[in-house]
Design a protein around this ligand. Structure first.
Ligand code: B12
Ligand code: SF4
Length: 538
């Protein structure tokens, strides 16, 4: 219950002449975070859910939640964190915790595939603490605000960028300012009715602060990743140290809108952080957390040759040295609009600057399916990209999506043929229509999804067949995919135990195994790499 007797205070910040800087109202997202301060006696709890319970290697530092917490911290707010993920807390533990620890506000977010558990969580929390205000962010709620409000007793849904919208909700709870003024949220009024406010403009990328990881047990997350993520990348650290992986977000959103995809910045412009900011965060991760591998955790890390050149040039010109991986599209290295010489040069610069792994999606080897996906790439871009990236000594990982309505036995073969030609084993996925995507609308219009709540409760991961919209039977579709995958496995001599669950990083290529291990020697009493002894495969 929010304490009604306490004095609720709002701090406004003054400029250097003592004149108060007004707190943001209608366009809060334009306000730099430094000028946004709040004071509250409300007890706040952030919850980091566990996307892959029972899977000891499926734990990743939660970048999105940490951004929200960083902005709260910078605003001067105190809060607790219940990190279910790294501690692998059972549902019983979580319930017992919330039975005994009461809060005024609980904040939690997750992706849409976590719908079932998240629904359980909100119902359970409200059962024990009916007066606690619940704020839910990320796609689990933000991509279906009305349905989420209908199915759960959530008080506030944050759609899209979460940091400042969540802060505005706290301010509104403190001061009783109107919830109608907070852009980017959906809220429940006192009479139980639900109001969806207008969308929130995207923040200026330079106003997004560097993530502060203080609240998380970073070492434990790093330990998990050091053993699971980087096998087969051709990296060796000779002084006995392990790889220490940290995520850095370089961009928000994507420049494309594929019909099966949804990310929370869907309605925002693509925003790429400056090379200096990216580098500064990498350096901080190296200095503070002894990181030696940076995972650029993006939908799309580099959207153009020029932006990629800026980042790798900045890394090369600096003293900051680390291994890294990122996500691109096949057009970065495959589109003939940019001269091949420049693309090859860029790939070599990637490698020189520490890049060891690049992920990009083929999705399908069939042009008609690519058109329906609105992928805006051509299969030949993929071939060229693989060739150029591999020649520079970088590992390539890719993924495919089967199960578009125009998928046939022939198109499945085409996709595997393209992988075989390029000697690459993809991460295999089957289309799961997700809310806020064109394929979700298609599935509803064509009667594949009738009861959205039941459908979302049942969806799992892309490795499973959740919904079949092809003309093939489930057995036929899965059988053909398995057949193609097993043939590819044999051709590449991989001997995979499970062709559907290959374990993340797809380093399953002969070429990969042939790649000579790079060596990186570390100064034992120094936090920086000694790169003079690091050799990359050029
Ligand atoms: C890292 C990652 C993972 C990690 C999860 C790590 C983690 N703890 O977050 C792992 C590998 C486990 C993972 C798995 C999957 N992932 Co993933 N993953 C990502 C990735 C690459 C980065 C996430 C990230 O850090 N984003 C950057 C931050 C800044 O954005 P954000 O997390 O969205 O956070 C913002 C808002 O959502 C909001 N917010 C977030 N949390 C909270 C909390 C509160 C309280 C509030 C108010 C707001 C809020 O504010 C944040 C800041 O603006 C994204 C792509 C991307 N760039 O987002 C895909 C992405 C999230 N994954 C996606 C998918 C589909 C999956 C899988 C289902 C794939 C599969 N195998 O089938 C699985 C899920 C498995 C499962 N069991 O459900 C989709 C989600 C689609 C959707 N509609 O939800 C994405 C967007 C990729 C894509 N474009 O398809 N994933
Ligand atoms: S699938 Fe990739 S390229 Fe397409 S919209 Fe999503 S992130 Fe962008």
């Amino acid at each position: 219950m929010i304490n009604e007797t306490k004095t609720l205070t709002m701090n406004s910040v003054t400029d250097n002449q003592g004149i108060p800087i007004p707190l943001p109202s209608k366009l809060p997202s334009r306000t730099p975070v430094e000028s946004y301060r709040l004071e509250t006696e409300m007890k706040l709890l952030f919850v980091n859910p566990n996307l892959r319970p029972g899977n000891p290697t499926g734990k990743f530092l939660p970048v999105g939640l940490a951004y929200v917490m960083t902005v709260f911290r910078n605003a001067g707010l105190d809060y607790d964190l219940l990190d279910i993920c790294i501690n692998d807390y059972s549902d019983d533990y979580v319930e017992a915790y919330l039975e005994t620890n009461t809060y005024d506000v609980v904040l939690i977010g997750s992706i849409i595939t976590h719908y079932k558990w998240m629904k359980w969580f909100v119902h359970m929390l409200k059962r024990h603490q009916p007066d606690c205000k619940v704020i839910v962010g990320n796609s689990v709620s933000g991509s279906i605000p009305s349905l989420w409000m209908l199915e759960t007793p959530t008080d506030y849904v944050v759609t899209g960028e979460g940091e400042w919208a969540a802060l505005d909700i706290i301010r509104h709870l403190e001061t009783d300012s109107p919830a109608e003024d907070i852009l980017g949220i959906t809220f429940r009024c006192n009479d139980g009715s639900v109001t969806e406010n207008e969308k929130r403009p995207a923040v200026r990328v330079q106003d997004i602060p560097m993530i502060d990881w203080t609240d998380f047990d970073v070492d434990r997350y790093i330990d998990v990743q050091s053993s699971s993520q980087v096998s087969g990348l051709g990296i060796e650290i000779r002084d006995g140290n392990k790889l220490r992986v940290m995520p850095v977000s370089t961009a928000r959103g994507c420049v494309f809108k594929c019909t099966f995809c949804h990310y929370v910045y869907w309605d925002d412009p693509y925003r790429h952080r400056s090379a200096e900011d990216i580098l500064a965060e990498c350096l901080r991760n190296i200095d503070s957390y002894d990181a030696n591998y940076i995972n650029f955790w993006d939908d799309l890390s580099f959207h153009s040759v020029r932006s990629a050149e800026r980042v790798v040039d900045a890394i090369l010109c600096s003293d900051v040295q680390f291994y890294w991986s990122g996500a691109i599209r096949p057009d970065l290295f495959g589109n003939p609009k940019v001269s091949e010489e420049r693309r090859i040069d860029l790939a070599h610069k990637f490698r020189e600057s520490g890049c060891v792994s690049i992920g990009f999606s083929l999705e399908s080897g069939n042009n008609d399916i690519l058109t329906l996906m609105d992928k805006r790439i051509r299969p030949e871009f993929f071939d060229d990209s693989i060739r150029i990236i591999r020649e520079s000594g970088i590992t390539v990982s890719t993924s495919v999506v089967f199960g578009y309505p125009n998928e046939t036995p022939a198109t499945i073969k085409e996709t595997f043929a393209q992988c075989a030609r390029n000697e690459i084993f993809p991460s295999i996925g089957i289309l799961i229509p997700l809310p806020y995507t064109k394929m979700y609308e298609y599935a509803k219009e064509h009667g594949y999804i009738v009861d959205e709540d039941a459908y979302l409760t049942d969806i799992t991961e892309r490795q499973d067949l959740c919904l079949n919209m092809t003309n093939m039977s489930d057995e036929n579709l899965l059988g053909l995919i398995r057949e193609g995958a097993e043939a590819l496995d044999r051709q590449l001599g991989l001997g995979l135990d499970d062709v559907f669950r290959t374990g993340g990083e797809v380093s399953h290529t002969r070429l990969q195994e042939e790649t000579e291990a790079s060596e990186m020697i570390r100064n034992s009493n120094d936090f920086s790499f000694n790169y003079s002894t690091a050799t990359f495969n050029e």
